[in-house]
Design a protein around this ligand. Structure first.
Ligand code: ADP
Ligand code: MG
Length: 613
């Protein structure tokens, strides 16, 4: 049989026109496409073997060989896979049986900057060769024992020629004569880099000019019971570029609602706190072991950006493009499934490996908190992961909200949280007194972000979260020697008159045991601790509008009793004491910006005390 000329199907001509003339910058993906085809062919060979079919050259193992010739300006991708007979050639490399080209053309037409990188997803990856080649030659011999070999040659738009070829080994060899502006793909170094990037996990050996390239397996696609610890760690080193072992590892697969295989790692260290600036997620998206998108955007929420690993999904549809990938409902679905699964994993780890979880929490709690504040979808799952010190536990130990709720006595309706710089400050806080007296547990929150977390989380297991300073609680017992209700109210009124604008309102407190007075927020928009945070963030910034507090006094405190007596006798002295009491309460709340302002008053008070001797 002699040479036969063929035209490309109209749609393929159209496609070639775009591909050949594209100014697309990531031309390198043609290597990924041709290697993927070679790998598919190897897979089909295996399938043929396992089905008991008579195979030509059965002793030759499936493998992929790439050779470059920079003098000739060619690159060749050969495989020992299933090969093609004449009918296959015409059907596969010239016409299109499925709707791939149409869908791809439509997508290219809709995009102003066509993204050819997804060409493989549309089932027309082979034609990407024409981005870089002026001539493509395919030599192929089918796995069937009685088929001859064939040559297929095309210089693009004009069509292709098929002729018989003698003495071919089984498989396919695709040779590209590179265009002048694509000669770099005849350079071994360049090609090696590209193969490592996209095709590291192709499950058949790839050799480039005699050198074996892909030595790390796509272990995510294997059964986890067959994978050794060292293999996981080696894989992590490879993809994570991290010399330490990972802190956590999650390997899972799912069939519904999406086919997913994922292998995710949490590094030992939070690189963001190591002064590296904001980190980027390093989870790569694969489709059947071939890289689709490195550091895939939108695969996980931002607050999980510390994750490294691989997600492989066969369900990536034909109608995605890189720019719109983030918006597709598929990506959102993937995101939701993956995030939910990872949070569930963390919850399990917190029970199975509390110590490792503690380490994780120490490194990454800010990310979880960022999640609570920014992501409504996973709030409940995130709430379960929070850990705080508590008045019911010794220092250094922390509790989950779930365990706190279990310990709540029946008459306690809310979860109480106290913001403080550290444990001793929390225990000395006047806001803690009523809880201590009632023996109710309070969570101690030392992180400035926690106030926002409490606010956004709002409740846990239907129990509202309440800041201790906002708790409306009364002491369980009345104290001896307290001012009468009327006397206390009169004193409160006098204090308001005396302190004037410095306070919003003066009240008789029902929650103080040891302290004479306490300030309480009356500002609904800016709580005391939010003020502290804002001040800490911008110490030299403009002054915040003057804070207004309510002042609560303890009618059972001796100081308050004596102040009440004194105000009849020495109004000036009583006034000074009143101001000092307020300042003391502000100090206790961490709200006195410059304590020096009270020194002169304090000194004159001391003078008066000493003068009485
Ligand atoms: P897809 O790989 O998605 O089917 P391609 O355009 O990459 O689309 O390839 C078209 C078809 O050509 C393949 O389905 C396959 O049948 C055939 N083919 C391409 N390369 C090879 C190869 N190296 N060995 C055997 N068949 C091949
Ligand atoms: Mg292909």
């Amino acid at each position: 049989m002699e040479k036969e000329s063929h035209h490309f199907q109209a749609e393929i001509q159209q496609l070639l026109d775009i591909v050949i003339h594209s100014l697309y910058t990531d031309k390198e993906i043609f290597i990924r496409e041709l290697i993927s085809n070679a790998a598919d062919a190897c897979e089909k060979l295996r399938f043929g073997q396992s089905s008991g079919q008579a195979i030509y050259q059965p002793e030759i193992a499936p493998a992929i060989t790439v050779t470059t010739d920079d003098k000739a300006g060619t690159i060749t991708i050969a495989d020992t896979g299933c090969g093609m007979n004449r009918g296959d050639l015409v059907e596969n490399l010239g016409t299109i049986a499925h709707s791939g080209t149409k869908a791809f053309l439509k997508q290219l037409a809709e995009n102003k900057k066509p993204d050819i990188s997804l060409i493989g997803q549309f089932g027309v990856g082979f034609y990407s060769a024409f981005m870089v080649a002026k001539k493509v030659t395919v030599l192929t011999r089918s796995l069937a024992a009685d088929e001859p070999g064939w040559q297929w040659v095309s210089e693009g738009m004009g069509g292709y020629e098929i002729s018989p070829a003698a003495d071919l080994p089984r498989g396919t060899k695709v040779t590209l004569e590179l265009k002048d502006d694509a000669k770099e793909f005849a350079q071994a170094q360049t090609v090696e880099r590209i193969i490592q990037r996209y095709s590291s996990f192709v499950p058949f050996p790839i050799e480039l000019n005699g050198k074996r390239l892909n030595t790390v397996q796509a272990i995510w696609a294997r059964n986890k019971n067959d994978i050794k610890e060292e293999e996981y760690n080696e894989f992590y080193t490879f993809i994570g570029h991290d010399h330490e072992k990972p802190l956590f590892r999650l390997h899972f697969s799912a069939d519904a609602p999406l086919a997913i295989q994922a292998l995710l790692f949490v590094p030992q260290r939070n690189f963001e706190t190591l002064g590296m600036g904001r980190i980027d997620s390093e989870v790569n998206l694969y489709c059947r072991k071939v890289l689709i998108q490195a550091k895939a955007k939108g695969l996980f929420p931002d607050w999980l950006r510390f994750l490294k690993g691989v997600v492989d999904s066969e369900d990536l549809p034909l109608n995605i493009s890189r720019e719109t990938m983030q918006d597709t409902s598929l990506m959102q679905k993937l995101n939701k499934v993956l995030t939910g699964r990872f949070l569930k994993f963390l919850e399990e780890q917190s029970e199975k490996e509390p110590e490792t979880y503690g380490k994780f929490y120490h490194e990454y709690h800010r990310f979880l908190k960022e999640g609570v504040v920014t992501d409504f979808t996973h709030k409940d799952a995130l709430g379960k992961l929070l850990r705080y010190e508590s008045s019911a536990l010794e220092a250094g130990k922390s509790t989950s909200l779930a365990d706190y709720v279990k310990r709540m006595p029946g008459d306690q309706k809310e979860i109480y949280c106290l913001l403080a710089p550290n444990r001793s400050a929390a225990e000395a806080s006047p806001y803690f007194e009523v809880f201590k007296e009632r023996k109710w547990e309070v969570l101690f929150l030392y992180d400035a972000w926690d106030e926002f977390v409490i606010e956004h989380l709002h409740s846990f297991e239907e129990k509202p979260l309440r800041l201790a300073e906002k708790a409306e609680l009364n002491l369980s017992t009345k104290h001896e020697g307290a001012l009468s209700e009327d006397a206390a109210k009169d004193l409160a009124k006098w204090l308001k008159d005396t302190l004037g604008d410095k306070v919003n309102e003066v009240r008789v407190s029902q929650r103080l045991v040891e302290s004479p007075g306490v300030v309480a927020d009356s500002d609904k928009f800016m709580t005391a601790s939010m003020r502290r945070i804002m001040k800490a963030m911008k110490p030299d910034g403009p002054d915040l509008p003057a804070a207004k507090y309510d002042f609560e006094i303890n009618p059972a405190h001796p100081l308050v009793g004596r102040l009440n007596a004194m105000r009849q006798k020495d109004t000036a002295l009583a006034g000074s004491v009143a101001e000092q009491l307020l300042d003391n309460a502000r100090v206790a709340a961490g709200l006195l910006e410059d304590p020096r302002t009270m020194l002169s008053r304090l000194n004159s008070l001391l003078e008066k005390v000493l003068a009485k001797e």
